[in-house]
Design a protein around this ligand. Structure first.
Ligand SMILES: Cc1ncc(COP(=O)(O)O)c(C=O)c1O
Length: 422
């Protein structure tokens, strides 16, 4: 790969001289052989600066639900750009997109716009503290809720870290004594935490499908259990749908899994590749923002370019059959990869839901983050670089995304390439 990507290496070296770490988001540094530089994308494909073409299953870590540069979305952005990039004031697209979202998302009586998932998780945490008057919140190990001080807790850690003990991910984070953590799918631990701290817990936050650590579904009844216990204790329930939102279904995890939270956060797919995030929630809570009691601010919030993109994307995502199609493609690819790898004698499991799934070299499907540690990550990394060499781009952590631009022919070409990569 190094010989084929010499142009990327030269640019990466240059970039590191002026850009901290040579990348714009820390996680990108883990790419092998080194972070590649891309020139353009179209549909399911992306081209690097050395002219190599890849079928893209990373999709910019999820946002590109319609693939690269979808025509309707780019046209809407170009049209809006001609009228103004941002106003820092009200415009029609705000309520037009808000009306679409409140019609689609079960928990959304009201929405608020920001630019990144991290922003809206932070507002959700603040809102929950404000409306309950309680200081703490409960999250699950391995769930990622952005890189804010309060959210970036118990996400990546080693097997030696004690169960249920909250820990920051990096240096310089504020103390996290307000964060309670449990293992995903562990009802008894949640019951116990509520038994001890119930009167102090403002919110329970989770990804309704643990996409960030192994694409691990909630076990049957677990989301219903979270709904029940939070209601019992007067605690808010947040579904962080930054990945599941507009991906596993038009109405996201809450629609697909049939449990309605009090608040939900969206980013990635909702903007189809533009910086848009959404906090959605029940009126009784969101009204604290309406009244100005809880501060939600941001110079570029509700910016017209992102909302033009979202408006166009939501039209396409709402077309009948869209989600059936991407689920079908995801299932075909997942089953094909699993069959191929097992036939070659590899212990492999795949987990997830249709257009977002995980491939891991381990014996049994994990039910929480700790169980994902049994996977052979080095082997996956070698597989990923083998795929790259065959023109298939995947994320380094084992998660695969499908877009509406992928085709059956793309999936079959990928399976053939995977056979060669092995
Ligand atoms: C579930 C979840 N929540 C929050 C975030 C943070 O979103 P952003 O990277 O847009 O700040 C992410 C990002 O990957 C995510 O996957």
């Amino acid at each position: 790969m190094r010989a084929k990507t010499a142009g990327s290496w030269a640019r990466y070296e240059r970039s590191q001289r002026s850009l901290a770490g040579g990348v714009s988001s820390g996680l990108r540094r883990s790419a092998r052989p080194y972070p590649l530089f891309y020139e353009r994308g179209a549909g399911s494909r992306i081209w690097d600066v050395d002219g190599n073409e890849y079928l893209d299953f990373g999709l910019a870590w999820g946002p590109l639900i319609l693939g690269h540069a979808p025509a309707s979305v780019t046209a809407a952005i170009v049209e809006q750009a001609g009228k103004g990039l941002t106003f820092g004031a009200q415009h029609e697209l705000e309520y037009l997109v808000a009306e679409k979202l409140t019609a689609i998302v079960p928990c959304a009586d009201l929405v608020a716009f920001s630019n990144a998932g991290t922003d809206v998780v932070n507002v959700a945490l603040r809102l929950a503290r404000a409306v309950t008057g309680r200081p703490k919140y409960l999250k699950f190990e391995g769930h990622y809720h952005g890189w804010g001080d309060q959210a970036l807790v118990s996400y990546r850690f080693g097997v030696e870290h004690p169960v249920g003990v909250a820990g920051p991910v990096g240096k310089g984070q504020l103390p996290h004594d307000h964060v309670l953590v449990a293992e995903w799918n562990d009802r008894a631990a949640v019951e116990e935490l509520f038994g001890t701290h119930g009167a102090e817990i403002s919110m329970v936050a989770c990804e309704p499908l643990l996409a960030n650590s192994g694409c691990i579904p909630a076990e049957p009844g677990f989301l219903e259990f979270l709904r029940e216990i939070t209601t019992r204790y007067g605690t808010l329930l947040l579904f962080d749908e930054v990945i599941t939102g507009f991906r596993v279904a038009l109405d996201g995890g809450q629609g697909r899994y049939g449990v309605t939270p009090d608040l939900a956060t969206y980013a990635k797919a909702v903007g189809a590749g533009t910086p848009l995030s959404v906090l959605a929630g029940k009126r009784e809570y969101m009204d604290a923002i309406s009244r100005g009691e809880v501060v939600h601010a941001g110079t570029l919030n509700g910016n017209p370019l992102a909302l033009a993109a979202a408006g166009a994307a939501l039209e396409e995502l709402s077309e009948p059959g869209f989600y059936e199609r991407i689920h079908g493609l995801g299932n075909r690819l997942r089953a094909g990869l699993e069959g191929l790898l097992r036939a070659k004698g590899h212990a492999v499991v795949t987990t997830g839901d249709g257009p977002v799934f995980q491939v891991a070299f381990q014996e049994t499907a994990p039910r929480n983050y700790r169980e994902t540690m049994a996977a052979d990550k080095g082997k996956y990394s070698d597989f990923a670089i083998g795929l790259l060499n065959e023109g298939i781009l995947v994320l380094p952590d084992g998660r695969w995304y499908i877009s509406g631009a992928h085709t059956v022919a793309d999936i079959d070409a990928t399976l053939a390439a995977a056979g060669r990569a092995l």
